[in-house]
Design a protein around this ligand. Structure first.
Ligand SMILES: Cc1cc2nc3c(=O)[nH]c(=O)nc-3n(C[C@H](O)[C@H](O)[C@H](O)COP(=O)(O)OP(=O)(O)OC[C@H]3O[C@@H](n4cnc5c(N)ncnc54)[C@H](O)[C@@H]3O)c2cc1C
Length: 424
């Protein structure tokens, strides 16, 4: 393979990882006039960014670890349709992460995390828009809102703190009950009695195509894409010389680590021991479904999201702790189909294999639900942009803008101290 080299004496910035975060970041860096090389070892947009629920939700400021989460865990684990599973063999490896996760879920902790996430998720639809408009005339992203639905008043009341955090952070929503909810979203079962609509949220009809299309525009506009696996960094302290890959060294003056759930090893090479793990998630997609909601719907009781995609109706969710190497447990995806039928009674009782596809992906998850954005300890010319957990699609564009500001030494639009790699 020809290794792309340094072009015309411009500052060359390597972005490692061709997921939503890497592609958005590379695009904003290119807009700043840098010579940008995006290094991806597999397919662009084929990792976690492939099969997510596609929601661009400023309302997702609520962290995963909340006061009371721990008490719910045994119930989740005992329920085969529950939102959480752990491969017990992985528990010793996961234990330090879990302890941090539990510690993050205090009243003060979640208020801090929600405040920190607010500017990163702010109007995520508009943040993606310039990249999408530059790439295509296709309506790849829509703003139809995001609806959370509950079966019972008790379930809804159980999320009271989450709504308090949204109010504290000026995230508007409206509550719909009974017939108003059914009129608003006729596709769902009448068993769901309460809905909350976040009108400012958007979604993409195909997260993989979104990322690939923006990456194609990056190439069209002069950015380069190298297919290579990054193995290390060539640097002497402050000065970065290049990126070591399985295809040779790619020269670079600065770099961004946006390798999603695989970023931990790369950060360790630069002196940062970050507690990054993965919450594996699944989806099941029904092609040509009998029923289609207008917008993404969070079943807040069962904790999964269904999204009308251009390829069909996708049910995505579940958290599985099993690390990066264990094979998928496809029963987790099959459970999503069962849950989907509860939400949408119009779905058929069974489908031929060719109409259903299943997927598993690795959320890059930090125990405090905050990503890592900041400079590497051993070489400040390397900036981290990973660990976005459940909100990596929504926050990718603002992350990209922030990293571009950081590398240009411009004033930042918001404080990134909560995202510091050294915060633990
Ligand atoms: C079921 C599910 C539903 C979700 N729903 C939503 C949602 O609705 N909204 C939302 O905002 N988020 C959602 N997410 C989360 C979102 O998908 C992730 O946060 C996001 O995709 C992470 O993007 P990324 O670019 O950091 O990582 P990735 O998309 O995983 O990209 C990282 C890339 O780095 C590459 N890479 C890794 N190591 C190397 C190396 N050494 N050399 C070269 N390349 C390397 C990988 O091949 C990969 O392509 C969901 C996730 C799941 C699993």
């Amino acid at each position: 393979m020809a290794i792309p080299g340094k072009a015309n004496g411009k500052r060359t910035i390597a972005v490692i990882g061709g997921g939503a975060v890497g592609v958005a970041t590379a695009s904003f860096l290119l807009r700043d006039g840098h010579d940008v090389v995006l290094i991806e070892r597999g397919g662009i947009g084929d990792s976690a960014s492939f099969g997510n629920a596609g929601v661009l939700a400023p309302s997702s400021v609520v962290p995963m670890s909340m006061p009371g989460t721990l008490a719910k865990v045994p119930g989740y684990l005992l329920d085969p349709l529950g939102p959480l599973s752990i491969r017990w063999r992985y528990l010793p490896t996961l234990a330090p992460w879990l302890i941090r996760f539990v510690k993050a879920g205090t009243q003060a902790g979640v208020r801090h995390q929600a405040r920190a996430l607010k500017p990163l998720l702010d109007d995520s639809f508009s943040a993606w828009l310039p990249l999408v408009r530059n790439a295509t005339n296709d309506a790849l992203i829509h703003r139809e809102g995001f609806l959370a639905v509950y079966r019972t008043e008790a379930d809804f009341q159980g999320d009271a703190l989450g709504y308090q955090l949204r109010r504290d952070n000026d995230i508007p929503y409206e509550i719909l009950r009974g017939q108003d909810l059914r009129d608003f979203e006729p596709s769902i079962s009448p068993d769901y009695t309460i809905g909350v609509i976040f009108r400012q949220c958007g979604h993409t009809v195909n997260p993989n195509r979104l990322v690939r299309t923006v990456a194609e525009a990056l190439q069209r506009d002069g950015g380069r894409i190298a297919t290579a696996e990054v193995r290390g960094f060539v640097h002497d302290g402050v000065t970065l010389r290049g990126i070591e890959t399985d295809q040779g060294v790619i020269p670079a003056d600065a770099a961004v680590v946006a390798a999603g759930a695989h970023s931990k090893k790369l950060a360790a090479l630069l002196g940062d021991d970050v507690p990054l793990d993965t919450e594996r998630g699944y989806h099941v997609l029904i092609a040509d479904p009998e029923t289609r909601p207008q917008r993404p719907i969070l079943d807040a009781t069962a904790k999964f999201v269904s999204t009308p995609m251009e390829t069909g109706l996708r049910m995505a969710g579940t958290v599985e702790f099993a690390g990066l190497d264990a094979p998928p447990n496809w029963t987790r995806a099959d459970y999503l189909m069962t849950l989907g039928r509860r939400l949408f009674p119009g779905l058929a009782p069974s489908y031929p294999q060719e109409r259903v596809s299943r997927w598993m992906g690795f959320r890059p998850s930090m125990p405090d639900s905050l990503p890592v954005i900041g400079r590497a300890t051993a070489c400040p010319q390397v900036v981290y942009a990973f660990g976005h957990g459940h909100v990596g699609l929504a926050s990718a564009a603002r992350t990209g803008m922030t990293v571009a500001d950081l590398l240009a030494a411009r004033p930042l639009a918001f404080d990134i101290a909560p995202f510091a790699p050294t915060r633990f």
